[in-house]
Design a protein around this ligand. Structure first.
Ligand SMILES: Nc1ncnc2c1ncn2[C@@H]1O[C@H](COP(=O)(O)OP(=O)(O)O)[C@@H](O)[C@H]1O
Ligand SMILES: CC(=O)OP(=O)(O)O
Ligand SMILES: [Mg+2]
Length: 401
């Protein structure tokens, strides 16, 4: 029985899923949170759905992974007898720069390149690398695979990824659009075509991955041709705590007025902006909805701004693609929150989008068509599964040898 461990190592957290690959079943899942902080813990879900939380002093990523492996092996909560049962480990790696257009087996050379990519993603790549190093130490004979957020978007044409700044900055520092969430955009777009029974290589698809972070991607004939996130995951949509598009002139103005340095402005735009920043309430759409119901005006404004930005990206990508065949909603918000889907699709009949509003309001988190039969654009919900996609890539790379 072939098992694959998938790891998503963030700055202070590690999420994991262990897959049984014959059945594609998740046999264990959970995560470590608050690494290096007070009150760190490991939380996981047992096969019967029961949640368990174990506190522990988890000072760094290696300790977190050791803790996870310990639980997988434990008599009480475990599901494996030996680490040898884990055939390979697949990692979510955020930034692969221009060097990777698909998933790869991790070698010393790959690790060197990942280290070079740290400059492009200082918040994301270092913890990803820590996870890779920890597995090298704890399971030295187990192959590891790196699955990049950026890889799927490497097919973008140059005119879509260039910024309007001096070309020398692209040459010197690689400043360009890279795009993220590629594993999700690739998975849901392909899955939508399977579900609808149409050939992936012949569709114009817009995928809206709307979770805590969010991005919209234009996909033509199976290839990403544009995406809303940029050199970093802060561009594009308004997100839970990230600003999305802001006039660069406003950024330098804020820095001057508020006496902010580069760290200050980065924290402001990444952690205190977006839905949280506008509403002053929360980054979580469920809490925003509750506040709207209670009559909070700024919560309402945050929601409208958020939905409007998604609509604008869909309109611009329809232009980029020369029309749309399929519109996919995914991610925590895209799958669950019907209000966002409804408002984004409102008054879009001119471009062939006719949402079945009643159906839309009654469904969540399952594969379903939510457009009317007469709608030229098929609007679908496809729950994303980045971890399964990473596990599938990992197996594929192993089998290629
Ligand atoms: N039932 C729901 N209704 C509305 N929004 C939801 C619901 N469940 C989750 N969300 C939203 O989805 C977000 C998490 O999305 P997710 O894709 O899981 O994020 P990430 O993977 O980036 O952490 C939450 O912050 C919340 O705003
Ligand atoms: C890369 C990235 O932005 O990921 P997330 O939106 O899941 O935080
Ligand atoms: Mg996400």
């Amino acid at each position: 029985m072939m098992k694959i461990l998938v790891l998503n190592c963030g700055s202070s957290s590690i999420k994991y899923k262990l897959f049984e690959m014959e059945s594609k079943e998740v046999v264990a899942q959970g995560g470590v949170e608050k690494i290096g902080m007070k009150g760190s813990f490991l939380k996981f879900t047992l096969p019967d759905g029961q949640k368990v939380m174990l506190e522990g002093e988890i000072l760094e990523h290696r300790a977190g992974i050791e803790y996870i492996l310990g639980v997988l092996l434990s008599e009480k909560y475990g599901c494996i007898k030996s680490l040898d049962e884990i055939e390979a480990v697949g990692h979510r790696v955020v930034h692969g720069g221009e060097r990777f257009n698909s998933s790869v087996l991790i070698t010393d050379e790959v690790i060197d390149i990942l280290n070079e990519c740290i400059e492009l993603a200082p918040l994301h790549n270092p913890p990803n690398l820590k996870g890779i190093y920890a597995i090298q130490e704890l399971m030295p004979d187990t192959p590891q695979v790196s699955v990049f957020d950026t890889a799927f978007h490497q097919t973008m044409p140059d005119y879509a990824y260039m910024y309007g700044i001096p070309y020398s900055l692209y040459e010197k520092y690689g400043i360009r659009r890279y795009g993220f969430h590629g594993t999700s955009h690739r998975y849901v777009s392909a899955r939508a075509c399977e579900f609808l029974g149409v050939p992936y290589e012949e569709q114009r698809i817009i995928t809206a991955h709307i979770g805590n972070g969010g991005s919209v991607t234009a996909i033509k004939n199976g290839k990403s041709v544009d995406t809303s996130m940029g050199m970093t995951p802060v561009e594009g949509l308004i997100m839970g705590t990230r600003s999305g598009d802001v006039d660069p002139g406003a950024v330098s103005y804020i820095m001057e007025k508020e006496h902010m340095g580069t760290n200050g402005i980065s924290t402001l735009l990444n952690k205190f902006s977006g839905v949280l920043g506008i509403s002053g309430i929360s980054s979580d759409m469920r809490e925003l909805e509750a506040a709207i119901k209670a009559g909070n005006k700024r919560a309402m404004l945050a929601m409208e701004t958020y939905n409007y930005r998604i609509k604008k990206y869909i309109g611009s990508y329809a232009a980029a693609l020369g029309g749309v065949d399929i519109l996919v909603f995914t991610g925590g918000v895209g799958e669950n929150q019907f209000v966002t889907r409804r408002d984004v699709c409102k008054n879009m009949e001119f471009m062939g989008i006719e949402l079945d509003e009643e159906l839309n309001a009654s469904v969540r988190a399952k594969e379903i068509v939510i457009s009317k039969p007469t709608s030229k654009v098929k609007v679908v919900i496809i729950p994303t599964d980045e971890e399964l996609s990473i596990a599938n890539d990992t197996i594929e790379i192993l089998q290629k040898g």
